[in-house]
Design a protein around this ligand. Sequence first.
Ligand code: FFO
Length: 816
Amino acid sequence: ATAGPRVVIIGAGIVGCSLADELTERGWTNVTVLEQGPLFATGGSSSHAPGLVFQTNASKTMTNLASYTVGKFRELEYEGNWCFRPVGGLELATTPERLGDLARKHGLANAWGVRSRLIEPAECARLWPGLDLDRVLGGLHTPDDGLAKALRACAAQGERAISRGATFLARHKVLDIETTGGRVSGVRTDQGSVPADIVVSAAGFWGPRIGALVGMDVPLLPVAHQYAKTTQLAELAGRNDEVSEAHRPILRHQDADLYFREHVDRIGIGSYAHRPMPVSLDEIASYDESPNMPSMLAFTEEDFAASWDEARALLPALGETKVEEGFNGVMSFTPDGMPLIGESRDVAGFWLAEAVWVTHSAGVGKVVAESLIDGVPSVDLHSCDAHRFEKVQLAPNYVQRRSVQNFVEVYDVVHPLQPMEEPRGLRTSPFYVRQQEQGAYFLEASGWERPHWYEANAGLVDSVDVPERDAWSARYWSPIAAAEAAVTREKVALYDMTALKRLEVTGPGALDFLQWLTTNNLNRKPGAVSYTLMLDEAGGVRSDVTVARLGPERFQIGVNSNLDLDWIRVHQPKDGSVQVTDITAGTCCIGVWGPLARDLVQPLTTTDLGHKAMGYFRAKDIYLAGIPVTAMRLSYVGELGWELYTTADLGLRLWDALWEAGAPLGVIAAGRSAFNSLRLEKGYRAWGSDMSSEHDPYEAGVGFAVRLDKEDFLGKQALVERAEREPRRKLVPLLLAPREQVMMGHEPVYVDGIVSGYVTSAAYGYTLDRPIAYAWLPEQVAQPGTEVEIEYFAKRYPATVAEEPLFDPEMTRIRR
Ligand code: FFO
């Protein structure tokens, strides 16, 4: 009984082996790993992985998973040989743009706790003798990065799992997933069936095929990537032995899409410079048919030619060598470059742990083990969640194009706001034509085209005083946003809120269900709107949502993403007492906000919209210009006004009616860029950026939405203890002293010269006329008045912890 449920893992690559190790370490020893190939060189991506581990990533989660992997592999040995060698990492800049980006990356490393330093070309050459210093402008040295021996790490972890009771079955090809009553019950292989309570697919690039067995779309594209080894490099002769393999840092030359490592006296070169080579699973031979491993496709020399030229340009000594061998190795790419972790919603007990590189493998093993055993992982996994995609993002053509684009961009300097170029224009609101007429500048989110500002408002820029920006923070930005923010604060503006996902929850069990699922008291009269939180078992903030009670058994929920819909469906009572419908696509929403909002809207309806008749955080079904509308009086930008919802067919008509009525008042259309500034001035959190499941409501500053005096709700138990002690860290606003320095998010924050926290989201506060940055800081220093410094492109800028909210603390602008 103590051995835990029967877990079957599909795939004995680096993820399967790490997971088996992590599960058995925690006492779940009833683990069977099924592998279609031999052990441990299974023929998947792990078998040919060149093993370069660079930890630093724009994502805190990914960096965290990588750091765990490094820490674990450093301690592992296989047959007396190392599994990780911290030779360090060196990233080079050969363009001014890259040099700047390395400074930014240094900031990311500092923010996430990875040691790094920016170094001069001369020091790059000391670390990597032979670099052409006429090309190198500088480098980023990360001493704790290094080389992983993926196969040894597989074997070491696999054998440790076996010693604790796990079974590894080589040459077992999975043919089907067996289910009973909607749950996994076993895995059928070509050697018979293995019973299972939980099945985890760690099948790597074969994942889509395994997912298909349970009808699960797995948005993963196998893509080939070239790796070559040179002949002996004279200067390396005798420098490394077969055991140590390498002493120089792993090297990245991202301006040419290349990386390098030593293989004893030869150099290994990996390239992302070649044409994208998506691979169909049907083209991949099985282990027995292929002279090589299935994942190692024949080297196509012509594709490597340009990379070989670039390699010799950077390292002239390579001119004495030749490309001795190479292969096109199949690896997993996804539409957003992140892994796929999560349980099937059709077949309970079937999990994915895929699209994971060696770099993050042990970290993923750990968090999946935690998810299975504790129900809650210790790391925020929303960016890796298999359910993060909207349906349209699962279309094979979308997966293919986005994943290919991710391959192309893998080493590009990518701005945090930069959208993928295609596919675009997938989801548009009913106002799209008007937005185009207004010269909207669109960025994309969850497939939606969202206006960030409107060129039609360019004429208003003269009336605002907006500081110049540096080139980086000026990208995907326009001073027009300042004018749009000003109009919102002074007159009235229309915001397209259609992309904000919304659900209808109905039925006799709806109230009880939502009361149990969220933290605030929703048992209020129809017409009430509540701001409330969804927590996980550990009391972490899963999401913050608004719930409008539109009828005794009818609720409309404004959620943050598909993950919320997924979370709600997972917890929905199975007795049919509650229906959950995603109404986003069939409806639309316009935020009408600003001091003149009531003057705009009231003449269009006979319903009294005065403050007495319809107060703050109230909802009402009304007719507006003859259009049935659900009006909700709330505002993420902190001004008087309403979110107006109607069906998609009437959306354009609603826009036009508001536009016409607003013309005499000076109404404009305003975009996300102004929106984000205004919400930060009000201190409204953006879930996923400012807070996540790693934070409890008190430290995140949303404890006001928790009613501990309410009956039991999900996460309450965990919160009761937390409510009593002072939070250890807090999310606080920082105001920057220099007017012209706007942060982008993810910058490290220093207190007394020591990295103490990091920026979550940031914007110029146009009303305050100061740049704002929200940041997590330890409780002791999270007090108003604390002086801090924020590092941006390797420079530090003074800022002060401020009292929140920064704008309109008396709420006089909203409650009137
Ligand atoms: N739903 C709707 N309808 N509108 C929204 O803007 C949003 N959100 C997310 C997801 N759901 C939504 C929730 N975030 C406030 C703060 C954050 C929000 C939504 C609303 C807000 O107005 N807070 C006020 C009132 C709180 C109260 O009275 O309980 C405050 O904190 O003072 C957009 O991202």
